[in-house]
Design a binder for this molecule. Structure first.
Ligand code: CAA
Ligand code: NAI
Length: 706
């Protein structure tokens, strides 16, 4: 090494005749404005420096580069832009090698694509995940990548956002060589020296030839467009990506870049991009509960699950898939056999789909045991109770757990609604009791509400967050109340849907409006899927405590009295003559609704689609505000993540409270006040919403206060 110059966060060091430029912006070397300036200056400087024969780009720390600085999106752009920097790298008259360790994502991969040679170490992961943020690769990626690896492979990468391994990247021709070690600097220097010795010169990706086979490329683009039109459900960026790749095929490199820029800016300005970026950061913020900073988690290796029904079996699968040991407890041998059967069914269906082998299943089940004897939980580090939703049943289980579990074991309940403080108070060790509210199917759904009772120890909460990470769940911290965050909000917007149905909208119209908004299913389809009997039982349980003045729509009860519980009984709000995929509207349901309207003395009126959406969203937002106001959710973003990962809220809208900010809080409040004129008991504006409107602030202003 002969000289060292200091440029802002791009370290520059001459190793013989090779200038090493190190992107240094922890933790992922994102390409913020300073790093862009530094890189540009360093490349220009290298061009003018006769001592430099070649340039090596590496990343400091674990990663090459995680891409553009996502925090800059939506702010005033500052020069130089990333496309300018990238172009300058490609234009360099001295050969440039990018050595990729860790990730090269988004703009990070685009920088590497502009280099003339690419080496990846074994740990490298490469991808263009912009689509997941509502964007497209806007620094030449849509033009260079297809020229390098062809339209089909490029589109697959850009439309899925997935990461490639180093080997896959080599196979596609995206990198030229794999390193033998993870020492990016040593590997890069060795390769660059070899290239120089061979007389290698600049080799620009813009001149690569993979698009030359025109017909095949056109077919790949047409096929991608057809698929994306069907699948992307209102998303802008997938179709824009395809259009940009089409420009790469049809236009000159320079014109293609111009088209890419135009399309990129359209994506950048869209509310979809704002929603997706909000979701990205919110998913990281939910991990930061106060207890995770205050305490270290307890070790978890052995897990007990009490109950082998829908939830118990799914939770057991999740824990097994995370490599944990699992013991299932059921109340008798028959129930235990059913529980084991429920669990095996999950693995057998994966085997049927060719996604698992019998040997994999056997290896996983070697960590599973089942018993009717609580004593077998004596060594468990954590036990999750998932028996019937009945307080007496839960208290009996917790008494057993208190008796047999070792000191320090975490005792968790998967209850949907019951008071976890009361459960905690029933045992001799309330500090060890917590709620772990999984969603059905528990081995698939990402959300895990971590319900924090008043006496729980901080390290138990920290353990729950650590468990979520192991189980690859998205944890959200929730306080104790009826329904916690998600089910409490659901109960309110579901009632708003029932009110609209009784007032004149059909369940089919309401479902359609919500599907058009981006939910995979409408609320009545969800009821049919989950089983109408579950809600029916909850309504019966709560009948005694219901406010007699509150509006109560009886239509669902009429369907349940007929045994129409949804998909599992072949009919609910819909008819299912040939299974779940054969849903049809049911004239008999419409007739029942008419009868109920008449019984309630309601003259039906028509609802426009926008009005349905306005009412549904106002109910959801208002209860979301209450949940934040009461401290049940730490911040608005916790509500957003709960609804996205547990209730099918469209991610590109960022969650209900992000949507509310975009829609405008004064308008939400005005909607609620308008609806309150008909039903002031149901439509009571949340105090938090009123305060925010008075202060001229939005929900996002509360996201950064913890
Ligand atoms: N910009 C700004 N911050 C980023 C970032 C980025 N591109 N990538 C990660 N971060 C931040 C995270 O928010 C997090 O911050 P906090 O610690 O304050 O919460 C921190 O870096 C670490 O991130 P993770 O917790 O996610 O760390 P990880 O090791 O689990 O994962 C990663 C690392 C794989 C890079 C992951 O962070 C990731 O996928 N990042 C996003 C990558 C991406 O989408 N890049 C494309 C950007 S768009 C683009 O480049 C557009 C263009 O073409 C012009
Ligand atoms: P389920 O009825 O499918 O299963 C309950 C199981 O518990 C049965 O197998 C039963 O034999 C067993 N059981 C009952 N008493 C027992 C005891 N004393 N000891 C051992 N096992 C006993 O019920 P499901 O749907 O799995 O629900 C379980 C819990 O999870 C409930 O608290 C429910 O509210 C909650 N939950 C349910 C969700 C769902 O969508 N089904 C979602 C999230 C939570």
């Amino acid at each position: 090494m002969s000289c060292q110059t200091a440029l802002p966060i791009v370290d520059s060091a001459l190793h013989g005749n090779i200038l090493v430029l190190t992107l240094n912006n922890p933790p992922v070397n994102a390409l913020g404005v300073e790093i862009r300036r530094g890189l540009l200056a360093a490349i220009d400087g290298a061009g003018d420096n006769p001592a430099v024969e070649a340039i090596l780009l590496v990343g400091a720390g674990r990663h090459f580069c995680g891409g553009a600085d996502i925090r800059e999106f939506g702010k005033t752009p500052q020069a130089p832009t990333l496309p300018e920097v990238v172009q300058r790298i490609e234009d360099s008259s001295k050969p440039v090698l990018a050595t990729i360790q860790g990730v090269a994502l988004g703009g990070g991969l685009e920088v590497a694509l502009a280099a003339h040679y690419r080496l990846a170490t074994g740990s490298a992961r490469l991808g263009l995940p912009e689509v997941l943020l509502g964007l497209l690769p806007g620094a030449g990626g849509t033009q260079r990548l297809p020229r390098l690896i062809g339209a089909r492979a490029a589109l697959e990468l850009m439309l899925s956002g997935r990461h490639l391994s180093a080997e896959e990247a080599l196979g596609l021709g995206l990198v030229d060589r794999l390193g033998d070690s993870d020492d990016a600097l040593a590997e890069g220097l060795a390769y660059m020296r070899q290239l120089l010795a061979q007389g290698a010169t600049v080799r620009r990706t813009r001149d690569a030839q993979a698009l030359n086979e025109h017909t095949a490329q056109r077919q790949a683009i047409d096929a991608a467009r057809q698929q994306a039109t069907q699948k992307s459900r209102g998303l802008l960026s997938p179709l824009h990506i395809i259009q940009a790749v089409e420009a790469a095929l049809d236009q000159s490199f320079e014109d293609g870049l111009r088209e890419e820029r135009r399309l990129f800016l359209e994506c950048l300005d869209s509310p979809q991009r704002a929603g997706l970026v909000h979701a990205f950061f919110a998913e990281r913020e939910v991990l930061k509960a106060p207890e995770t900073r205050a305490a270290a988690p307890r070790a978890i290796a052995r897990v007990g699950v009490v109950g082998g029904g829908t939830m118990g079996a799914g939770i057991a699968v999740t824990a097994l898939d995370a490599g944990l040991e699992v013991t299932m407890i059921e109340r008798d041998q028959d129930a235990l056999n059913r529980g084991r059967g429920n669990l095996e069914k999950v693995y057998d269906s994966l085997i049927d789909k060719g996604r698992l082998t019998q040997a994999d299943k056997a290896a996983t089940l070697a960590r599973f045991s089942a018993s009717t004897d609580y004593q077998d939980l004596a060594h468990a580090d954590l036990v999750i109770e998932a028996v019937f939703e009945d307080m007496a049943a839960k208290l009996a289980v917790f008494a057993e757990l208190d008796r047999v579990c070792k000191a320090g074991a975490v005792l968790a309940s998967n209850t949907s609604y019951l008071d976890i403080n009361a459960i905690a108070d029933s045992v001799s060790r309330p500090a060890d009791v917590i709620g772990l509210h999984f969603f059905s199917p528990a081995n698939i759904m990402k959300l895990l509400e971590i319900v924090v009772p008043s006496k729980v120890a901080s390290d138990v909460v920290a353990t729950a967050f650590e468990l979520a990470k192991k189980l690859r769940k998205v944890p959200v911290r929730a306080g104790v109340c009826d329904g916690f965050i998600g089910n409490r909000i659901l109960a309110v917007y579901r009632q708003a849907a029932d009110h609209m149905m009784e007032d004149g909208a059909s369940p089919y119209q309401i479902d359609q409006v919500l599907r058009d908004f981006g939910f995979p299913m409408g609320p009545f389809q969800v009821t049919d899927l989950a089983g109408g009997d579950i809600g029916w039982a909850t309504r019966q349980r709560k009948a005694a405590t219901r406010d007699p003045r509150a509006r109560y729509v009886q239509i669902a009860d009429r369907l349940c009295e007929r045994g129409w519980f949804g998909q599992k009984t072949g009919r609910g709000y819909y008819l299912y003559p040939e299974g779940p995929r054969s849903a049809r509207q049911d004239p008999e349901v419409l007739a029942i609704i008419d009868t109920e309207r008449a019984r309630a003395g309601i003259a039906p009126r028509s609802f426009s689609n926008p009005e349905i959406l306005r009412r549904y969203m106002a109910a959801m937002i208002n209860e979301g505000a209450n949940v934040v106001h009461e401290g049940i959710a730490l911040r608005p973003l916790d509500v957003d993540i709960t609804l996205i990962h547990g209730y099918g809220f469209p991610r590109y809208r960022g969650g209900p409270l992000k949507y509310a900010d975009q829609y405008g809080l004064p308008q939400v409040l005005a909607d609620i006040r308008e609806f309150a004129e008909e039903d002031p008991l149901f439509w009571k504006a949340s105090p938090l919403l009123v305060q925010l409107v008075e202060r001229g602030e939005n929900f996002d202003s509360l996201n950064h206060s913890h």
